[in-house]
Design a protein. Structure first.
Length: 155
C-alpha cells in the first residue's frame, strides 16, 4: 500500500486547469490502487502562512531546545514535513501566475525546506534528504501567447 500526497494550489480550486489535471490523475490512480492512502493538501482552502522571523527561528531551533511558543509555531511545519516524508508519490497541481508558481505553493516550500531535516548543506551545495520520492507535476498557464489566434489561447 502506497501513500499519495496530492497538493493543489490553484486560486480557482477544483475549477482550475492544474487542479482538474491532478484530480483526474489521482482519481485514476485510486481506481487502479484502491488500497492506497490519498492525502489532499489544498493550499487555497488551508493556506500556509507566509514565513515570518518567528517561524524561521522556531523551524531552525532543535526540537529539544524549543520554547513552548516555538513548539506551537513549528507544529504546522512539522506536520507538513511528516506528510511529505511519509508519502511515496507526490502529485502537484501547479498553475502559473505572473510567470511564477503561486505564492501559496512557494510558502508551502518555505515551510518544508528545513536544513538538517529535508535538506543539508554539503561542500557541493545543498542536498535533498527526502529520498525515494516520485512526483508528478501538472503545470498549467493561461493568458495570451503569440499572434496566432490569441482568442484560442485563453484558459
Amino acid at each position: 500500500m502506497a501513500k499519495v500526497l496530492h497538493i493543489t494550489s490553484s486560486l480557482f480550486q477544483e475549477n482550475g486547469q492544474s487542479s482538474q489535471l491532478a484530480d483526474s490523475f489521482v482519481a485514476s490512480w485510486k481506481d487502479k490502487n484502491p488500497n492506497d492512502e490519498i492525502i489532499h493538501r489544498d493550499l487555497v482552502s488551508e493556506p500556509v502562512p507566509h514565513l515570518s522571523l518567528e517561524h524561521f527561528q522556531a523551524h531552525n531551533t532543535p526540537i529539544e531546545n524549543r520554547s513552548e511558543k516555538q513548539r506551537e509555531i513549528a507544529e504546522l511545519s512539522d506536520l507538513l514535513i511528516e506528510e511529505i516524508s511519509s508519502a511515496d508519490l507526490l502529485v502537484l497541481g501547479i498553475p502559473m501566475y505572473n510567470f511564477n508558481i503561486p505564492s501559496n505553493l512557494h510558502t508551502y516550500f518555505d515551510f518544508i525546506a528545513r536544513a538538517g531535516v529535508t535538506f543539508r548543506y554539503t561542500e557541493n551545495g545543498p542536498e535533498g534528504l527526502l529520498r525515494n520520492k516520485k512526483a508528478v507535476a501538472f503545470i498549467s498557464r493561461g493568458g495570451v501567447y503569440g499572434d496566432d489566434n490569441p482568442q484560442s489561447n485563453y484558459l
